[in-house]
Design a protein around this ligand. Structure first.
Ligand code: CDP
Length: 242
């Protein structure tokens, strides 16, 4: 959220700079079971973002201090590949990736039936190959497909989506320019079947009405993406084209 008021992000015709309507998300493609060496995996292209996720486990939790007697822990590592962005800020493991790894683990722990695997851990490796805003959401979507692909029992899938505000207008799924120069960003992790929100962050300010509309957009997008997630898992399970 750069918050520069002088960059115009809405066109005269009411469309956004990339031609999308206010409630239109970027194109999404999902594949499951793409990595033979992992127990579960997924590939998600969301606009220009590309994420690949590998899941391993459940396995005994090491080091011992991370073990929980009554449940599994999710060991999540979110990483942006060095070639994922053209920005000067160096990607790689840093404060931001540590924060995203932590909030992603907490979100996924509320959908995985962790109590079924005491003292174990499930490793989730999220690799962002191309980053164009919204990568924490794409990582969450891809991670939940990879967990399901690994056969890990879950109470629902988790879909990562974001809405925000540009030029005082609430819009679905911010792209890079909108994220950089917009006024607010509201990423969420949504369970499409139960309608619960497992993850929510907010950058910038939204009025209660704007928050409601952004949430409505997020739920609409989550249902669309959920359909693609289920199809990817069906294709992978039937040995179909992935
Ligand atoms: O990716 P997400 O929107 O979840 O997180 P962010 O911290 O709001 O970053 C927004 C975007 O800034 C990323 O998707 C990248 O395109 C870009 N970025 C970057 O180029 N270099 C970084 N070190 C961090 C972010």
């Amino acid at each position: 959220m750069g918050g520069y008021g002088d960059v115009q992000l809405m066109r005269e015709d009411g469309k956004r700079l990339d031609g999308r309507a206010v409630d239109e998300m970027r194109e999404v493609e999902i594949k499951a079971g793409i990595l033979p060496a992992a127990e579960g995996s997924a590939w998600v292209k969301h606009g220009l973002n590309i994420a690949v996720v590998a899941v391993y486990g459940p396995m005994e939790a090491h080091p011992r201090r991370i073990q929980r007697q009554d449940r599994a822990v999710l060991d999540v590592r979110y990483n942006m590949a060095p070639f994922s962005t053209s920005d000067r800020i160096r990607p790689g493991f840093n404060r931001r990736s540590r924060e995203i790894s932590k909030v992603t683990a907490e979100a996924l722990e509320s959908v995985v039936l962790v109590e079924r695997f005491p003292r174990s851990k499930i490793r989730v490796e999220i690799e962002i190959l191309a980053a164009e805003a919204g990568t924490r959401c794409v990582g969450i979507t891809a991670a939940s497909v990879a967990l399901a692909d690994a056969g890990i029992p879950m109470k629902d899938l988790l879909v990562g989506v974001a809405s925000g505000k540009i030029d005082d207008i609430v819009v679905l799924d911010l792209d890079k320019a909108e994220d950089n120069y917009g006024q607010a960003d509201l990423p969420m992790g949504i369970m499409p079947n139960t309608g619960e929100i497992a993850f929510l962050q907010m950058d910038g300010d939204l009025s209660p009405e704007e928050y409601e509309l952004a949430t409505e957009y997020n739920f609409k997008a989550a249902h669309e993406i959920h359909g693609l997630m289920k199809q990817a898992l069906l294709d992978s399970a039937s040995g179909g084209e992935v």
